[in-house]
Design a binder for this molecule. Structure first.
Ligand SMILES: Cc1cc2nc3c(=O)[nH]c(=O)nc-3n(C[C@H](O)[C@H](O)[C@H](O)COP(=O)(O)OP(=O)(O)OC[C@H]3O[C@@H](n4cnc5c(N)ncnc54)[C@H](O)[C@@H]3O)c2cc1C
Length: 511
């Protein structure tokens, strides 16, 4: 174990062609945040680490991108050379509980390869077309983070091209921060670069995508996970995998928030008991959709799912249960939990092997963000300047009920329409403005800021899984979380690894 790591030279390769044809470049000017005004110096498609290094050495500013599913504008170029990772698709065979994957491998392709071997990669975000490199760069998390943790827990090793073109092979467990809080990187020219670690204390929550990871004695690999491309470009990674779980899905209508929180709490207790072999109800994920979110979903989506639209203050939970032994025992326990908290309706179930049923329930959940996004897009047609205005909040679970009340108060006191959904088993919800005008967006931003302060005061964080990117609002939330001194400490890390501010400049904080 050392605080020092030696970089190596990249495999020698010529610089790949840079496409400057507007027809090609134009399809890389935006990400899923749909922030207008993206522009790029060109786009390149390196096929290996050597080509990545050759591009980085010669470029002035580089934005690595994966599937551009970022919800923060982090994958929207602002004059950078776009380094698309889509040709970094080398994919090994699973062995010893791991698989080696190129940064450009989409997670649904990874899952397909693993499924053929009866295996599974758990920390998949709801959008499974995201690439391996993008999910590492944002420390992506998904519904099943409750049981399986976020991407960080699953990355065993990564190959990273640094801003100067050197390459690091970082293996978990090999390089740890010194007691004084730094790493040393020995470049191929023999220079030693000391990287000082931030001293802020990260909130104690199960998922976080809020700038650089910093803990005493931390592993070097954790500095690059969640750094959003600002410290190095991931070209390949070794990921841990598990046996593919057999699953039951259950869609449950709760009378109101109070009942939904009580049910989530009881299900969490049952899950933690199951993980230590003390019960049959192994819950991996619980997704929450409030009435306002469900109101945005068209009737035909409910019809396709075979589910009646809930009315009044009722909310819906979609519960994912993993079945290690008896399906019947798990369902019996689920029923007794539902009875204990007073849930009246029978759940809609998709039993083990009913992939079609599970897909219908999942599609209903997925229709929530896409329906709200469609409303935002439609409003934008008549009200320029309207954009997605949403939070990615997480609180320690005991504060969940209080946090939902705070979200509702912040929007309702400003007379704004809104919707809330998300990964409730982690205490991670997405309060979204449903705007009718630009004024709603303006007041919505104020509400999100107020919510963020409340969440930080509860010991949580306003940046749980989507990252910070180039969003002015999210960068402000990062400052709220760690203060100006925390941002200054992050800038010191950036300066030590990328003195020319070449990689993803303007992501996380201004250059
Ligand atoms: C419908 C929808 C649902 C979503 N659900 C979730 C969810 O449940 N959980 C969640 O966490 N996120 C979610 N997201 C957000 C998004 O999918 C994740 O942030 C994802 O990890 C981004 O991966 P990507 O390949 O699209 O990366 P991009 O969007 O292309 O890039 C994201 C950031 O990573 C950097 N980057 C990309 N590749 C590399 C690389 N190889 N090396 C270094 N830096 C790199 C980029 O510079 C950028 O800053 C969702 C998005 C959508 C559209």
């Amino acid at each position: 174990m050392s605080h020092r790591i030696k970089a190596r030279k990249a495999v020698v390769a010529p610089r790949p062609q840079i496409e400057r044809d507007a027809a090609i470049v134009s399809s890389f000017l935006s990400d899923a945040a749909h922030v207008p005004g993206g522009f790029a110096d060109g786009v390149a498609f390196p096929r290996n680490e050597g080509e990545v290094a050759a591009l980085v050495i010669h470029a002035q500013r580089v934005l690595p991108v994966g599937a551009q599913s970022s919800l923060t504008g982090g994958a929207t170029p602002r004059g950078d050379l776009v380094l698309s990772t889509r040709a970094l698709t080398r994919l090994g065979q699973p062995a010893d509980g791991c698989i080696r994957a190129g940064a450009g491998v989409p997670l649904n392709v990874l899952q397909g390869t693993l499924a053929a071997a009866g295996l599974y990669y758990p920390p998949v975000p709801t959008f499974d077309g995201a690439f391996v490199g993008g999910t590492i760069a944002t420390n992506a998390a998904g519904a099943a983070t409750f049981k399986h943790g976020s991407t960080r827990r699953w990355v065993e090793a990564a190959t990273i091209v640094l801003a100067g073109g050197d390459v690091l092979d970082v293996v978990r467990g090999e390089t740890r921060a010194s007691a004084e809080g730094w790493f040393e990187i020995v470049s191929t020219s023999g220079d030693v670069h000391r990287v000082p670690l931030p001293r802020y204390v990260m909130p104690d929550v199960p998922k976080l995508s809020a700038g650089y990871y910093a803990r005493p004695g931390m592993d070097l690999i954790d500095l690059f996970i969640g750094a959003e491309g600002t410290l190095g470009i991931v070209t390949e990674a070794t990921l841990k995998v598990v046996a593919r779980p057999r699953r039951v899905g259950a869609l449950i209508r709760c009378a109101d928030d109070r009942q939904a929180v009580a049910l989530t709490s009881t299900l969490r207790e049952n899950a933690t008991a199951a993980w230590t072999g003390k019960g049959p109800l192994d819950v991996a994920a619980i997704e929450y959709m409030d009435t306002r979110a469900l109101r945005a979903v068209p009737d035909e989506v409910f019809a396709r799912a075979g589910v009646a639209r809930p009315t009044g203050p009722s909310v819906m939970l979609l519960v994912q249960i993993e079945i290690a032994t008896g399906e019947e025992a798990a369902l019996d326990r689920l029923q007794s939990v539902l009875t204990s908290v007073g849930v009246e309706d029978d759940p809609h179930l998709a039993l083990v092997g009913d992939d079609r049923g599970a897909e219908k329930l999942f599609n209903l959940r997925e229709a929530v963000p896409s329906s709200v996004n469609a409303i935002v897009a439609a409003t934008k047609q008549t009200h320029p300047g309207v954009e997605k205005t949403a939070g990615d909040m997480i609180v320690p679970f005991p504060r969940l009920g209080e946090s939902i009340e705070a979200y509702r108060t912040a929007f309702e006191s400003r007379g704004i329409d809104y919707a809330i959904w998300g990964h409730v088993s982690d205490g991670n919800l997405h309060p979204n403005v449903v705007p009718r005008s630009f004024e709603d967006v303006r007041r919505g931003r104020e509400a999100i800021l107020e919510i963020a302060r409340a969440v930080v005061a509860m010991g949580g964080a306003p940046l749980a899984e989507h990252g910070v990117g180039r969003s002015a609002l999210k960068q402000q939330l990062l400052r709220e979380l760690y203060g100006p001194e925390g941002i200054a400490q992050m800038r010191d890390v950036k300066r030590a690894l990328d003195p020319e501010w070449k990689l993803a400049p303007g992501v996380l904080f201004p250059p």
